[in-house]
Design a protein around this ligand. Sequence first.
Ligand code: PLP
Length: 196
Amino acid sequence: MFEAYKGTVICASKYYDVTEIRKLYQKGVHDFGENRVQDLLKKQEELKDLDITWHFIGHLQTNKVKDVINRIDSLHTLDRLHLAESIQKCALKPVKCMIQVNLTEETQKSGVLLSNLDQFLLEIKKYDKIKLIGFMTIGKDHDDKATELAFQACDMLANKYQLPYRSMGMSDDYELAIKHHTTHLRIGRKFMEYLV
Ligand SMILES: *Cc1c(COP(=O)(O)O)cnc(C)c1O
């Protein structure tokens, strides 16, 4: 499906149970991303015989940080200072984090707004448990134009701040994300094609 793409394809596994995840693993998918702490912990336990790289890609509540932060390879959704403080307290070693940026300025969406980003970057510098590796963003539903502008802006931010990774692109917009140099696709529903 993503043969020409050289980056990481993460299966957004909120749609899949452990049996389906095993099937996807056998087909070569080794990166999985969960949105909810309880789901991640449960699946991780049931799949501990597999060499899976686990990502956290959902909104993370500060009171759940301690349960999950030392069990993941990377967090894609660092989006507020309280979360950074909580990571600083709970992490046993530096955690790879991407800042979620809200580049479509939809009010219901989480993510740091562009106008607050410089300040945010300055503030998290003091937390040595946060290893900043890039930016994550989500496109706008049913709006290719706005989605492409957001992906382009995310790519430019990673360049500007000299961070290696961009987490962008889902089932409906992964081609646009590849065009704008994504390094981590997060694919959910499209993996159903692998399971039939
Ligand atoms: C569910 C989800 C995805 C994947 O969504 P699809 O449109 O099914 O590919 C990607 N990123 C996040 C943060 C998600 O919650």
